[in-house]
Design a protein around this ligand. Sequence first.
Ligand code: ZN
Length: 97
Amino acid sequence: MTTGTNLEIEDSLVTSSESKATQDASKDADDQVTRCSCGYDRHHHWVSQERKYSSWNGFWVMVMGVSARPLRIDFRCRRCKEKFDFITNPEELKRYL
Ligand SMILES: [Zn+2]
């Protein structure tokens, strides 16, 4: 009796082919410009800025004519009477001093 030992050598060829799906997440930075019904943005000459001051700042603006930083600026179109945009961000308000 001959005992034959079968040695099975498994060649495990694991080929890991990683297909990297490069996703182009390049979004177009479309600046969202708020416009009124006429299509005017806040810089249009039909659009006026309505500045809101705190009571103390408003006092100095009216009495002394000093330029105080407003608390809020509303943008209203004089044509369609629409208040379509406003600013309350202090950093942004500085640009409208
Ligand atoms: Zn308008």
